[in-house]
Design a protein around this ligand. Structure first.
Ligand code: SME
Length: 156
């Protein structure tokens, strides 16, 4: 059982007083990736132009650098504004494989204070069906707590 409450508390403590969006993303990714064994790639894709995602802080092997909203699991999360829980990436039409070892994936849209999608949190696993509704709910809650205060991109 993943202790998301403990992970969330560590993230809250680490980012206390830090307003910079990239620093917060890097901290969330690092804590999640190194706390959960089944997370084999953990990272953010930021909305950098209308309909376009660009890679942000991540942990794991090289991730593709840009993804249009029309492609992949990340694009689906950004386009639909809904978390994508993919038990078998080979069964997801248009899945973008950054690693041939990936078997399952979860992608969570990240919302700004005004409700716009500012990024997606993408987690890949080499284990089949590694994610469920509990992961979705916990990751959505962490992202809401860490990023929903942003009215626009802010850096120190
Ligand atoms: N699998 C994602 C692409 C990002 S790499 O996994 C890091 C997708 O289909 O959008």
């Amino acid at each position: 059982m993943t202790d998301y409450e403990e992970i969330g508390a560590r993230i809250d403590s680490l980012i206390a007083g830090i307003d910079d969006e990239v620093a917060r993303m890097a901290t969330v990714v690092c804590e999640l990736h190194h706390s959960v064994e089944r997370f084999h790639w953990t990272g953010f894709y930021r909305v950098t132009a209308p309909g376009m995602l660009t890679v942000g802080p991540y942990q794991g092997g090289h991730g593709c650098l840009s993804i249009p909203f029309s492609r992949g699991v990340c694009g689906a999360a950004a386009r639909t504004r809904e978390t994508q829980v993919v038990e078998d990436v080979d069964a997801f039409p248009g899945h973008i494989a950054c690693a041939s070892s990936t078997r399952s994936e979860i992608v969570v849209p990240v919302f700004r204070a005004d409700g716009a999608v500012m990024a997606v949190l993408d987690i890949d696993s080499d284990d089949p069906a590694a994610f469920d509704a509990k992961d979705a709910q916990a990751l959505e809650a962490i992202c809401a707590r860490v990023f929903s205060g942003y009215s626009e991109t802010r850096s120190n």
